[in-house]
Write a protein that binds this ligand. Structure first.
Ligand code: C2E
Ligand code: CA
Ligand code: CA
Length: 406
């Protein structure tokens, strides 16, 4: 049996007797503990071999959690001061939660935990010689983490105010029918032009918007913009194009999202077929909610695109359980397509798979004519990429349609 299992067994379902050791300074920290009954004494040994008590904890208190957060050995010892009953919290339980936590929260948690640890150290070192060099590295580490957390907080508040001040703009990247070479639609991609930061990439601000729920109002605003863009394109070019909108995981899991979406589309009078929802493969991981959203969208007539397919789990069960209209081949399979036989095989397989399952295939990130030729010969339905055009403003998008349709 491994040591961890032994420790777990040692405390499980039994009362610890007065004086019994729970862990000692320097032990590996795999568990945190919650006191169900009794009292626990946290203590440390000074340089002069004296045991000093740092704290006495009672029922409901948690201890030992510091080691779970930063993986370092126990900085103090814990003994049962009376008979004690404990609940064990495993590192797995805490670790995945911390890993999944909001990035700002995670950084702050680490900073706070480190602060507590250094306070324990300070108490102990009252009679000990202080190792200045280790304090200095610790300080640098804090500063770096604090700096990162502050930077994220600043970025988030800039994003919030930038959103209110209309610094965000939808851009439109043409999606071309590879048989006719005509533009049939556009993917809507957000751009943030910050007066102080310049152009901030959506791969930076979208995850931040998602971690703070700003993505919900942002997504609604984007939908309004998209619906009015379809209207304007129709008026200026007489073309009924579709717009493909990226849907973040948070939106999929928001119960109002689909209702607001349906309501806005109904009010606009636009055919639901003209709004395609791009859903990342990894967003589907959560199962039930995603399944009902997908069904709801399809019943309403909204086409669904599975985005970046093949870069997540490439879980074929998604294709079996959810009915998508389009499979989007990620640009990582396209960027070296002309030189790499494996990419060619992957693209062919994904295109055949799409057609076999009654879906169309769209390849993104097409940058040159060779890539386009290969994809056309593989009967890929649609293409998107810098070879045709980067994402552009609505005005430019309208000019493109006028040019291409003549
Ligand atoms: P995505 O959905 O995979 O979007 C495609 C990305 O590829 C876009 O990056 C696009 O500008 C870029 N791209 C297009 N053609 C080419 C090409 O030929 N070569 C190369 N190298 N890249 C090309 P972008 O605009 O920086 O967006 C990054 C990601 O941010 C998007 O990836 C999407 O996941 C997310 N995103 C952008 N706008 C939104 C939005 O409104 N809502 C949500 N939820 N996510 C968005
Ligand atoms: Ca996309
Ligand atoms: Ca993509």
């Amino acid at each position: 049996m491994n040591q961890k299992y032994d420790i777990e067994q040692k405390f499980l379902n039994r009362t610890l007797q007065v004086g019994e050791c729970i862990f000692q300074e320097g032990d590996k920290g795999d568990f945190a503990y919650i006191i169900d009954e009794g009292e626990v004494e946290i203590s440390t040994i000074t340089a002069t071999n004296e045991r000093i008590v740092l704290n006495v904890l009672q029922s409901g208190d948690m201890f030992g959690e510091l080691a779970l957060v930063d993986g370092s050995p126990r900085s103090a010892s814990a003994y049962a001061k009376t008979n004690v009953v404990l609940t064990i919290v495993t590192s797995e339980q805490v670790k995945t939660r911390i890993e999944d936590a909001d990035p700002i929260l995670k950084l702050l948690l680490i900073v706070v935990m480190k602060y507590f640890r250094s306070e324990t150290g300070r108490l102990r070192s009252n009679t000990q010689e202080v190792d200045l060099s280790s304090l200095e590295t610790q300080k640098q580490e804090y500063q770096e983490k604090i700096f990162q957390a502050i930077e994220l907080i600043r970025l988030e508040s800039d994003l919030r105010s930038g959103f209110k001040q209309e610094q965000l703009h939808p851009f439109y990247q043409p999606i071309v029918d590879l048989k006719t070479n005509l533009i049939v639609g556009f993917e809507v991609l957000l751009r943030w032009f910050s007066p102080t930061r310049g152009n901030v990439s959506p791969s930076i601000f979208i995850p931040l918007a998602e971690s703070t729920s700003l993505i919900i109002p942002m997504g609604e605003w984007l939908l309004d913009k998209a619906l009015s863009a379809i209207d304007r394109i129709k008026k200026e070019t007489n073309y009924d194009i579709f717009l493909s909108i990226n849907v973040a995981e948070k939106q999929i899991h928001s119960p109002e999202f689909i209702n607001i979406l349906k309501e806005k589309i109904k009010v606009s009078g636009i055919n639901p077929q003209q709004i395609k929802l791009e859903i990342l493969e990894r967003s589907l991981f959560e199962g039930e909610t995603a399944l009902s959203l997908v069904e709801d969208c399809r019943n309403f007539g909204l086409p669904l695109v599975i985005d970046d397919f093949g870069t997540g789990y490439a879980n074929l069960a998604y294709l079996k359980n959810f009915q998508f209209d389009t499979l989007k081949i990620d640009q990582c399979f396209v960027k070296d397509l002309e030189n790499n036989i494996k990419d060619q095989i992957i693209c062919r397989t994904l295109i055949d798979l799409s057609h076999g399952l009654d879906m169309t295939a769209v390849a993104e990130g097409i940058e040159n004519e060779e890539q386009l030729k290969i994809l056309s010969s593989l009967k890929c339905n649609y293409g998107q990429g810098y070879f045709f055009s980067p994402p552009v403003s609505l005005e430019k998008a309208i000019d493109f349609i006028k040019q291409y349709s003549n």
